[in-house]
Ligand binder design. Structure first.
Ligand code: BGO
Length: 262
């Protein structure tokens, strides 16, 4: 059985370094269908049946850049077996924003927290067990540059194929109520494992993806009137609230005056 692993992460998270270390010379370069964005695939060293697809580096899965559209079309249309999400350990808060969206795709996933050599050099520490249980997927400390932890992370990624996907991030009860009404309307329109992703996208008025899906403007209007915020901001705030709760007690910075998260 062949396994496809999607490598996803922010620009500058170390994605290229990790991809090169995991695949070595076994790489094929092309273009994503219909666009001039470079597509790189490679065979995982020691596994002739495992392909790693290097997604464009993105901060979000919104419809605003070509890279984001390419990344999400692949994740939704090709449904890889596993997502290997690389995040920069020196900037967890910003990097986890993409993670909250990857968690909604219904695909097994793991996190590789990269740049751990810098984190350690700075004297900072993080409780990866806590991070793993808060996110609901395996977490590995790695240094792509030094080759530390990457083999273990890749082997774990292979073993996750066919297992359960993480639960999506929990939003406030009010927002969850809106999303569950939208999910009801999505029955029969998209695969069940993608209900959550599409429900959020419909709520955000992301019509690049949702043009032919049921109308939910009544729910959006209700939510916006109640919160006095636009729907897209409601979701962004929910994501940052989730990230704040995930990071609480997870990260210890040596210089407490530089603390962004405690
Ligand atoms: C330069 N540790 C450290 N210390 N650095 C890392 C690690 C790690 O674990 N992983 C990656 N880097 P990309 P994207 C650079 O290129 O893989 C470094 O965008 C430089 N270049 O070496 O390209 C990596 O694919 C000059 O750094 O990321 C690279 O996700 C001076 O992080 C950068 C200093 O990695 C981005 C760094 C000319």
């Amino acid at each position: 059985m062949s396994i496809k692993i999607a490598l996803a992460g922010n620009p500058n998270s170390g994605k290229t370094t990790l991809f090169n270390a995991l695949t070595g010379a076994n790489q094929f370069v092309g273009n994503w269908p219909g666009v001039t964005v470079e597509k790189k695939e490679g065979r995982l060293k020691g596994h002739s049946d495992v392909t790693i697809v290097d997604l464009p580096g993105v901060y979000s899965l919104s419809p605003y850049t070509l890279e984001e559209v390419v990344a999400r079309n692949f994740l939704l249309g090709e449904t890889p077996d596993v997502i290997l999400n690389i995040i920069d350990g020196t900037n967890l808060e910003r990097n986890l924003y993409l993670t909250t969206q990857l968690m909604e795709l219904g695909i097994p996933m793991l996190l590789a927290v990269n740049m751990m050599d810098i984190v350690e050099k700075n004297g900072d520490s993080m409780d990866l067990k806590k991070l793993s249980s808060a996110i609901g997927c395996p977490v590995f400390a790695v240094s792509a540059l030094k080759g530390r932890g990457i083999k273990q992370a890749a082997e774990k990624a292979v073993s996750l194929a066919g297992t359960a996907a993480p639960k999506p991030p929990a939003f406030s009860a009010q927002t969850e109520t809106y999303l569950s009404v939208i999910k009801e309307r999505l029955q029969g329109h998209v695969p069940p494992q993608q209900f959550r992703f599409y429900a959020v996208k419909l709520f955000e008025r992301d019509d690049k993806l949702t043009g032919n899906l049921p109308n939910v403007s009544d729910i959006i209007t209700k939510a916006e009137e109640k919160t006095k915020e636009d729907a897209e901001s409601i979701i962004t705030n929910e994501r940052y609230d989730f990230i704040t709760s995930v990071l609480r007690g997870t990260v210890k910075k040596k210089n407490r005056y530089a603390l962004s998260v405690s």
